[in-house]
Design a binder for this molecule. Sequence first.
Ligand SMILES: *Cc1c(COP(=O)(O)O)cnc(C)c1O
Length: 377
Amino acid sequence: MPVPALDLTRHHGPLFDQFRAAFDQVLRTGQFVLGPAVERFEKRLAERCGVGHAVGLSSGTDALLVAMMALGIGPGDEVIVPTFTFFATAGCVSRTGATPVFADILPDSFNLDPASVSAKITPCTKAVIPVHLYGQTADMDTLNALAKKHNLFVIEDAAQAIAAADKGRPVGTLGHVACLSFYPTKNLSAFGDAGACVTADADLAQKMRQVRNHGQTGEYEHQMVGGNFRLDGVQGAILDVKLDHLTAWTDARRAHAKRYRELMSGIDGLALPAEGPDKFHVYNQYTVRVTPKPGQAPSARRDGLLKHLRSKQIGCRVYYPLCLHLQPCFAGLGGKQGDCPVGERLSQEVLSIPMFPEMTDAEQQEVAAAVREFMLA
Ligand SMILES: *Cc1c(COP(=O)(O)O)cnc(C)c1O
């Protein structure tokens, strides 16, 4: 039985009628960019995230860019990012004219190692971007203390972590601003590209609203140079419908993670995702680590498992196969093999297996049986 990595048709099926009604409403108002549907979604999103303000944007990438532009980050500044994340986290730093500085991660959480961050802080450091990778928050207490001491902005890259929490505090309240993505593979997804920033800071929210609309402050008056980072009305309306189901979908992901743990514990060479104490992990990805057998190349066993699962039509993927400090486009920054040993090792060992709310128990058993078959061979 094939098992997809995710299945958006199943995900959306029960809501088709509500989506049509949402489309109709946007059609009737004719407000295709921002407008009432976006405003309603922003209001409810802010409430959901436990903060006063949400700003709807064109993508998660643009959310990172808008947050940094609104915070005044630019040439001469340094921004510390994890080396093990999706490209956008660091790409957006470069696009502001600032320099991304790559810190290593922790092996159990896949998230920023505060000790590595601390070692990278210089007088030019303006901000740190903890990424809540795969849906679990970074060590925010330690990172926030460090940021406070050095007067740094904390920008949460929460693209994979809407509804996650750290000691009961939700994503969005754990830094100065949090950036969300509604790309179709994310836990709350639009019908295309979309994103948002959420913050408790009213002035920053106001600034981000200006940045998303070419820095416009009055009628065709521009106090700064922004861009077109606006959210479409249709996306706002769709997201507003889907927001009602976020809790149920998150609970389903967590139940599947628990079931995977029952089905795959105790397999030699296979580390299942560790849920830290006081963490509410939302499992955007279910990412295992496959450690090589003695004498094997670092990624040999992981690559073998990937091939085995794909031969059985089980969707799986490596997020992410190459650390950012080793990416060709950042070669000018002087990163080299050995700079971030944990990230480098994990990029050879991680594998994300199927995870989506509508997964059935039979599908989970199929995946687990295939994993066992390969690992115990
Ligand atoms: C998806 C993602 C982004 C970018 O979001 P888009 O909506 O695809 O632009 C940024 N950071 C992380 C960690 C992501 O997973």
